[in-house]
Design a protein around this ligand. Structure first.
Ligand code: KG4
Length: 336
């Protein structure tokens, strides 16, 4: 089965063709990072305009790279939310146009399901599983009994991990997106600042990162007021140590409680080297799946793969009335 995936929820325009939910024939991506860099974050209106400009070219590139004719596609899968509404609408309308033109079935995919299923490209997913989803907008611990069964067991009460990384980077004077830059510096420094580890008193699986982020900001501001300098490498290492310790410990605790067969790490922050290292070092014996970097950040291959499994599970497609949604509840969308 050949699935054509389309992703445009934020600042990446991407189209991919994947065979049988596994073999990535193409994964064409246009990233707008360089455009948004000068604003220090994604500007929604600028993002939608660039998606409009890029989308037809990216469709052509994906088909050409895969050596596939539009007529050969069996299913179109597109991110329907959550994300920036103007950006999502470009991908959804382009996918619907393709489906209408070539008389293909179309299926709307939840962006976070896409991130989780990025793991099915390089691993065989096993259930029950626990997924740690860490991105610029989300931090969630999800229990999966089976394919497309999502139970959110923990989530952030304030900032998402990626968001905290981006803000800390800005305070230290690193470029957007901050995650990769903080990750790189962290590896050159040491955990000397001993920042708090926020486990939350209720013993829940929820997360909170705003206190930690404020601790870093205060440290930097206080130092500058006293005319002292901070050590950016050690500050990044200390921040990363605090974040990864809490994420990894809570994930292992849930994995033990649910006696899972696999731990899945997904989303942009799963590209973080410090997080990967801690998962490996502290692993009490679980199979841990983390995608390669190219499948960690937003891409259409993960949407094509999720679309494939979603279709296998529900045997249901959407019509051309398919719409885009800025907010979309993962559990509700796939409620069985
Ligand atoms: O999943 P993603 O590409 O977009 C969405 O949020 O949907 O995630 C982007 C986030 C950004 O906040 C970026 O700073 C963070 O992922 N990120 C990282 C790393 N690479 C990307 N954070 C920490 N370490 C990294 N190596």
């Amino acid at each position: 089965m050949l699935v054509l995936g389309v992703e445009s929820s934020c600042d990446e325009t991407s189209v991919s063709i994947v065979r049988d939910g596994k073999e990535v024939l193409s994964n064409a991506i246009n990233s707008q990072i360089d455009i948004h860099k000068k604003f220090g974050g994604v500007v929604p209106e600028v993002a939608s305009r660039n998606h409009v400009y890029q989308v037809s070219m990216i469709f052509e590139e994906a088909l050409e790279q895969a050596g596939v004719k539009p007529e050969e596609i069996d299913l179109v899968a597109v991110t329907m939310g959550p994300g920036l509404i103007g950006s999502l609408l470009v991908g959804v309308n382009a996918a619907k146009t393709f489906a209408l033109l070539y008389k293909k079935p179309i299926i709307g995919v939840h962006h976070l399901a896409g991130h989780i299923y990025a793991n099915a490209i390089e691993h065989d997913m096993k259930f029950p599983a626990v997924a740690l989803l860490v991105s610029g907008g989300n931090t969630e611990l999800i229990y999966m009994k089976d394919h497309f069964s999502f139970e959110i067991v923990g989530e952030t009460l304030d900032d998402a991990v990626g968001e905290a990384y981006d803000k800390v980077a800005r305070v230290i004077g690193l470029p957007y997106p901050g995650g990769p830059a903080v990750d790189k510096l962290a590896h050159e420094g040491e955990d000397t600042y001993h920042l708090p580890r926020v486990y939350l008193e209720d013993g829940s699986y929820n997360f909170s990162f705003s206190g930690l982020k404020s601790a870093v900001i205060n440290l930097a501001h206080n130092a500058s007021q006293r005319g002292e300098s901070i050590n950016p490498k050690n500050l990044c290492a200390s921040f990363q140590a605090s974040v990864s310790e809490v994420l990894v410990n809570k994930t292992f605790r849930l994995a033990k409680e649910k006696n899972v067969k696999q731990i899945i790490v997904a989303g942009g922050v799963s590209a973080n080297k410090g997080l990967k290292e801690r998962f490996t070092k502290e692993n009490p014996g679980f199979e841990i799946c983390i995608p390669s970097i190219k499948y960690c950040t937003d891409n259409a291959a993960m949407i094509a793969v999720a679309g494939y499994y979603q279709y296998q599970k529900f045997k249901k497609v959407d019509g051309l009335s398919l719409n885009a949604y800025a907010s979309l509840d993962l559990e509700e969308l796939y409620e069985i």
